[in-house]
Ligand binder design. Structure first.
Ligand SMILES: [Zn+2]
Length: 289
């Protein structure tokens, strides 16, 4: 399942390839892909120029010159693919954007992903803004449907974690993957962040000391940043590929995720898996406390 680094990789590529380009039309064939409103509503984008591509957590949005905002969530298996005009249509293609610069396809075998037109939140003075604030990561979209999300994980700060984790008995990993706490982290990066921070993933969030919270915040930023620089992680299920169909490169850098019984990359002790509630996490019993 794509997490923040994978979605950010797609955002950067979408921006590079299509920003400033005109959309001739969008054709939706997947009924589940556009399910919050009628697919016909997307005709409002026909003839529009894409002004920017933004992201908050695992959500992307495409902002158009007339102020429309189209939100995309890849969920389990959604992919954005840039293809040559007229290229054979892949199975599970549910929407096609016909840009001047080529076709952009939304492909999603599991069909949990979705596209929807956002309803902008009223501004403080009561007027609706033209769309989210400046494009780019972690701008905090003023989109009503994304108002439940916490701050983008790329800007995680120790002070915020201290306030948010205070008194929480839930395991650290459960808090890290809670999109209301921090937006963008899933199973893979939560385990890698806990490893780099040298903290057990099943520690109650409220039990972390200030120094540990600082390590968690710093590791969140550095692990996600390193993963973005290698264009994300593609696991054996191949559910993530970039805009051009290529795999990410960060999976070879995983220290604990998916490495049960393999030697810890730091100390050599076999990686273990701990279960808590419905979740589990990979961790090193020597390096993490
Ligand atoms: Zn270790």
């Amino acid at each position: 399942m794509p997490e923040l680094p994978e979605v950010e990789t797609v955002r950067r590529d979408l921006s590079r390839v299509y920003a400033g380009d005109k959309l001739a039309r969008i054709v939706v064939t997947g009924r589940r892909t556009v399910r919050r409103h009628s697919p016909d509503a997307l005709a409002a984008l026909d003839g529009q120029v894409l002004s920017s591509v933004g992201r908050l957590g695992k959500y992307l949005w495409l902002e158009w010159e007339d102020g429309h905002v189209l939100v995309a969530h890849l969920r389990m298996s959604g992919q954005m693919l840039a293809v040559e005009p007229g290229a054979p249509t892949e199975p599970h293609t549910h929407a096609v954007f016909y840009f001047s610069r080529g076709e952009l396809r939304f492909v999603d075998p599991r069909t949990f992903g979705e596209l929807f037109l956002a309803s902008p939140l009223p501004d403080r003075d009561g007027t609706a803004p033209a769309g989210p604030p400046a494009a780019g990561p972690s701008t905090g979209a003023r989109v009503a449907e994304l108002a439940h999300l916490g701050p983008d994980a790329l800007v995680a700060e120790a002070g915020y974690l201290k306030t948010t984790f205070a008194g929480r008995r839930g395991p650290l990993k459960s808090l890290l993957v809670d999109q209301r706490v921090l937006a963008g982290i899933g199973n893979i990066y939560a385990d890698e962040i806990c490893f780099e921070a040298k903290v057990r993933p099943d520690r109650p969030g409220g039990s972390l000391k200030s120094r540990e919270l600082q390590r968690v915040a710093a590791s969140t930023r550095s692990v996600l940043g390193a993963a973005i620089s290698l264009r994300g992680s593609t696991l054996a299920d191949q559910q993530y590929s970039d805009l051009f169909g290529a795999q990410g490169g960060y999976q070879s850098r995983h220290n604990v995720y998916g490495r049960l019984a393999l030697p810890c990359t730091s100390c050599g002790v076999p990686v273990q898996r701990v279960r808590f509630g419905a979740k589990s996490a990979f961790w090193c019993p020597r390096c993490q406390r």
